[in-house]
Design a protein around this ligand. Sequence first.
Ligand code: SF4
Ligand code: SF4
Length: 395
Amino acid sequence: MRVMKKTQVALLRHTDYKSDRLRNILEKCFFYLGGLESIIKPRSKVFVKINHLSPPSTPDKAIVTHPAFTREVLSLLKQLDVEITVGDDIQSKGKDGFLVSGYRQVCEELDVRLVNLREGGFREMDCAGKVLKKTYISPLLLDTDFILNLPKLKTHSFTVFTGAVKNMFGVIPHGLRHRYHREFIRSDVFSQMLVDIFACVPPHLTVMDGIIAMEGEGPGQGNPKNVGAVIASKDAVAVDAVASRIAGFNPLSIYTNQLAHERGLGIGRLEDLEILGANIQDVEDRSFKHSALAVGILRRKIPAFLHAFIQDQLIFIPEIFTKNCTSCLECVDICPVGAAQLEKSSVRIDKSLCIHCMCCHEVCRFQAVKLKQKAVGKLVNGLSALYGKITSLLT
Ligand code: SF4
Ligand code: SF4
């Protein structure tokens, strides 16, 4: 009887971003996967998709893929004599966002091209997805030979978890990302859209920075969490399955894992993976804090006819906490409908215009945008967090 080969994922423990030791760990990861040159052909073109997020932040906040992590991956990649471009679509309001995050310095040091994707424009493409028929993608990804995906392990206030699959959301224009936030307000539909984009530009290799992850209200408002994991695979969905398990989830309870698995875009079920290196039980962290705002897990248990009511209760109503507000106007710039406004030198939100996309909350670095919810919504969130914890303990 022919035995099917399982999808391989390298999982290694490592607790800091110090150069030599980290490079050894990455070399070991690639060794487990058959060698870097078996995945990425020497002298080819490689696009490296980092997780940068806007507004730019320093690496200690654990919002971006740590530039020291990327530096070591790039150093190994350079040994293949490949043409490298590192990039993401970032919004940094006249500043050099890559300088703030440390990416400018790393790429200059290694003499590697670093690009804000918006500079090269975007190309319309058919994607024949489940919710998207067409979208716009950076040509840098469409015209490259290989895509190397470097996500950060984080929990997420809307999609519950964010990793390798969601990292590819950054390859479409900023404005379109906001439009999709407005159009796909249910997290299962939004996740299906994420999988559509992922399917347009599937990475050839994913190496996740789970050394210091983010817990709580990711992608930008959570707290750094020492996890000490480097996870790599040719299968990005498998990386997310392992990472979400480490963060205390049942991997198939995460919509992006489940949907990508069902669509044959990768393996989201742990039983179907061969994990090489560390034992996943030794890396798993049951104290990992999940988002208190996300309700994706519990929503599966709510009958369909109640979705509209629950959706209304779950809506987040942003309010400016004026004591913390520095009037930096990042929220005013990013608001897709002009609901966040500057009025007589202070920022306010016009609730009649607000479409509850949470972009102002995501962009504010000063914890000055608070999200309020109706009482039933708060109850559902509490139950969702409890349900998530219980199911992760039972699986
Ligand atoms: S709410 Fe936050 S993002 Fe908006 S102006 Fe104030 S500090 Fe800046
Ligand atoms: S005020 Fe905030 S939540 Fe409302 S539409 Fe603008 S960015 Fe989105």
